[in-house]
Design a protein. Structure first.
Length: 277
C-alpha cells in the first residue's frame, strides 16, 4: 500500500503551483514547519501577513480537509525528529564545534550529490558563452556578486544583476541563445522567481540554477544544483553555497588553460602597475 506524502513533502511539492499569497505562506511553512504545528490558523495567518481564508485554501491545496488535520500531521512529523522542526526560539549557537560540524556536513552532503562531469559541462559553457549573466536577489545577491567576481578572472563578458536602480526587464531583454544564465535561488526567494525562470527558459540561453535543498527539481534548468543550508541557529548556513561557488570557479580556471592563465597574468600585472596589491 502506498504511503501518503508527509506534511513537509506536500508543502514543497505544492510551492510551484501556488498564487502569491498562498506561496508566501507556503514558503514560511517550508522554512519553519514547526510554526504550523505550534500555532492555530489565525495566529499563523498573522505571522505570515495573510488572511485566514488564505490559510484555509493553503491546507486544502495540500490535500487536508481542515487546518487541524494539517496541524496533526505536522506535529506527527515534528515528533519524527526532522531538523526543520527544531525550536527556533532557543537555538543553540554556543557550541562552536557543533556549528563547525554542521557546516562541514552541509558541504559534504552538497558535494556528494555533485556530478563532476556535469560541473565540467557547466564550466565549458561558462567559457564559451557569448555573455554570462549571474542573478541573485536578497541573500542570493551576495553569492551572485561573489560568483561574478571569482569568474571574472577568466571570463571577460560576465555581469551580476540586478544592480542598484536597474530592472530585470532591462537585462532579460538582452539575454539570448548562446548566453549562460546562472540564477541563485536561495531562501527566501522573491515571488517573481517562477516568472523569471519562465523568461530565462524562453530566451533559449543555457540555464544553471543554484538553490537550497527545499526547492523542487526545475526541469527547465540545464543544471540544477542543490545546496544544504541546515543550521543549528536561526539563520541558514551558506557554507555549502560558498564551497560550490569555489568548485565552479576553480574548475573554470583549470579548463580555461593557457588562455585563462594569460588573462590571470595580465590582471596581476595591471594590479602591480596600478599599485592595487
Amino acid at each position: 500500500m502506498s504511503r501518503e506524502p508527509r506534511f513537509l513533502s506536500r508543502v514543497r511539492a505544492a510551492l510551484p503551483t501556488l498564487g502569491p499569497a498562498e506561496r508566501k505562506l507556503g514558503e514560511l511553512v517550508a522554512d519553519f514547519p514547526g510554526e504550523l504545528a505550534s500555532y492555530n490558523a489565525s495566529e499563523l495567518a498573522l505571522l505570515a501577513s495573510v488572511s485566514n481564508a488564505t490559510v484555509t485554501r493553503f491546507v486544502r491545496r495540500l490535500g487536508y480537509a481542515s487546518y487541524e488535520e494539517a496541524r496533526v500531521d505536522a506535529r506527527r512529523e515534528r515528533v519524527s525528529g526532522s531538523r526543520l522542526y527544531a525550536d527556533t526560539d532557543t537555538p543553540d549557537v554556543t557550541d562552536v564545534s557543533g556549528h563547525a560540524l554542521r557546516d562541514g556536513e552541509n558541504i559534504r552532503d552538497t558535494l556528494a550529490r555533485i556530478d563532476l562531469p556535469a560541473i565540467d559541462g557547466l564550466t565549458e559553457k561558462l567559457l564559451s558563452a557569448r555573455k554570462v549573466w549571474v542573478i541573485g536577489f536578497r541573500a542570493s545577491a551576495a553569492f551572485a556578486s561573489y560568483m561574478q567576481w571569482q569568474l571574472t578572472q577568466v571570463i571577460e563578458n560576465i555581469v551580476a544583476i540586478p544592480g542598484p536602480g536597474q530592472t530585470m526587464g532591462e537585462h532579460i531583454a538582452s539575454v539570448q541563445q548562446g548566453d549562460l544564465v546562472i540564477l541563485f535561488a536561495l531562501r527566501r526567494r522573491v515571488a517573481q522567481t517562477d516568472l523569471l525562470i519562465e523568461r530565462i527558459a524562453a530566451s533559449k540561453a543555457a540555464f544553471a540554477l543554484i538553490s537550497d535543498e527545499s526547492m523542487q527539481i526545475e526541469p527547465r534548468a540545464d543544471w540544477h544544483l542543490h545546496c544544504e543550508t541546515r543550521s543549528s541557529g536561526p539563520l541558514f548556513s551558506h557554507a555549502a553555497v560558498m564551497s560550490l561557488c569555489g568548485l565552479i570557479a576553480n574548475r573554470a580556471i583549470v579548463q580555461a588553460g593557457t588562455t585563462g592563465r594569460r588573462r590571470l597574468a595580465s590582471i596581476e600585472l595591471l594590479n602591480d602597475s596600478l599599485d592595487e596589491l
